[in-house]
Design a protein around this ligand. Structure first.
Ligand code: MN
Length: 228
């Protein structure tokens, strides 16, 4: 097969302890999945159905990388998140079988143009340009479930220039990982290569060029990026 323009590189991220990389197919993100963060965003954290948005696969940035401050915003926010990497997929996946599709877990940042998102919310416009911009999805190496299992609790935290900004516990996810996979698979067919950013705890806030972001999820790993 020949193509009319040069093929672009397959986006991928590292897998800890493995020479092979994880090819990224799609990036799904869950909104408002911790009660305290839902409240800080002015929403009611009652268990509303989960809702999803997406980022382009080539928005991933490796651990240790740089995130250029994006155009079109003056309020770029950090959101530290547990990321689920799927090794297989399907439709209508039962919650009881959902974890069988998880290859491993990573630590990600759902970078957000908060000013554009707030403006979009006010007038009912989509979030694509507030969430799905270039370099908006830093992601650590994946820790395989074969080595760490499926963590159900543990600290998730982010610091900026050494000062702690976000702390939470992944046990406080409103929609758990199996529930999220099951729900999402009723809306789209999931597949190997998909990443799911599971939502952020409270404490989101702005970053500036020069800032060093360091985050971790207990037992899963850590990520550090610099805003340039
Ligand atoms: Mn998020």
């Amino acid at each position: 097969m020949t193509f009319a323009v040069p093929l672009w590189p397959q986006p991928s991220i590292r897998i800890s302890g493995d020479e092979m990389r994880f090819p990224v197919r799609r990036i799904y993100c869950v909104g408002r999945n911790y009660a305290a963060h839902a409240r800080e965003m002015g929403a009611d954290p009652t268990r509303e159905p989960p809702f999803f948005f997406m980022k382009p696969a080539d928005a991933v940035v490796a651990d240790g990388g740089t995130v250029p401050y994006p155009p079109g915003t003056s309020n770029l926010h950090h959101e530290i998140e547990l990321v689920v990497a799927l090794g297989s997929g399907g439709r209508d996946i039962p919650e009881s079988e959902a974890l069988e599709h998880v290859l491993g877990y990573a630590v990600g940042l759902d970078m957000t143009r908060r000013d554009l998102q707030n403006a979009a919310k006010k007038v009912g416009q989509p979030w694509d340009m507030s969430k799905g911009f270039d370099n908006s999805a830093p992601c650590s190496a994946i820790r395989p479930a074969t080595s760490i299992g499926h963590p159900r609790s543990g600290t998730i935290a982010l610091s900026v220039n050494g000062a702690v900004r976000q702390t939470g516990d992944i046990g406080d996810l409103i929609w758990s990982v199996p529930e999220t996979i099951a729900y999402l698979s009723r809306l789209v067919e999931l597949a190997a290569g998909d990443l799911i950013y599971t939502g952020t705890p409270e404490g989101v806030g702005p970053v500036s060029p020069g800032d060093r972001l360091e985050g971790y999820v207990e037992t899963v790993g850590e990520i550090a990026v610099t805003i340039i």
